[in-house]
Design a binder for this molecule. Structure first.
Ligand code: XMP
Ligand code: MG
Length: 186
């Protein structure tokens, strides 16, 4: 599939699975006491569409405590490979998160601008707590320091695809994370 387009595999399918299980155990341990007493206190996972959809579904299945699944779609003005920090909501939450323990589930933190905006926006809705889990982070690309409690992998500052991440809507369906061969951009 996608012969020749992927120049190297950065994170294998197995590494994704192991890390997801590890993060889920860590989150379950941290939240077990907070979300003990029933439906109204279930953890709320907010997946950011579309990139986080694979991680969101695998993470939710690996998580041994009850969690509710919500999705948001945002779009950052700017080119297809870098964001500007000016964000528009394409799909908002269906529910109120006031008083709820909320965990944002992200695919990747690049400059941090999108997430920084999202944290500010969600904070105004008065959740009981608000944290972030991200599968990937590019430490060398950070423009704004956002507090991210759970990080899967720190990766080099290269454009990556697969496992939800796309280039022009392709490659999201790959089960691993890889770097795109420069010939694809040309
Ligand atoms: P910022 O820069 O605001 O960007 O942290 C976050 C969003 O930009 C997308 N993004 C990528 N998408 N490969 C992708 O397919 C990448 O290497 C990459 N880097 C950033 C992504 O949607 C992320 O949520
Ligand atoms: Mg994203």
């Amino acid at each position: 599939m996608y012969d020749g387009d992927i120049s190297s595999v950065l994170v294998t399918e197995e590494q994704v699975r192991e890390k997801t299980a590890e993060l889920a155990q860590q989150v379950a341990g941290d939240y077990a006491d907070l979300v003990r007493d029933g439906r109204e206190s279930d953890l709320v996972l907010i997946g950011v569409l579309k990139g986080a959809v694979m991680f969101m579904t695998d993470f939710a299945r690996a998580l041994p405590i009850p969690a509710q699944l919500e999705f948001m779609a945002v779009s950052s003005y700017g080119s297809s490979t870098s964001s500007s920090g000016v964000v528009r909501i394409l799909k908002d939450l269906d529910r109120d998160i006031a008083g709820r323990h909320v965990l944002i589930v992200e695919d990747i933190i690049d400059s941090g601008l999108t997430l920084n905006w999202l944290l500010g926006n969600l904070q105004t809705r008065s959740p009981a707590s608000l944290e972030v889990v991200t599968l990937l982070r590019k430490p060398d690309a950070v423009k704004v320091d956002v507090p991210v409690r759970y990080v899967g992998f720190d990766i080099p500052n290269e454009f990556v695809v697969g496992y939800g991440l796309d280039y022009a809507e392709r490659y999201r369906d790959l089960p691993y994370i890889g770097t795109l061969d420069p010939s694809v951009y040309a």
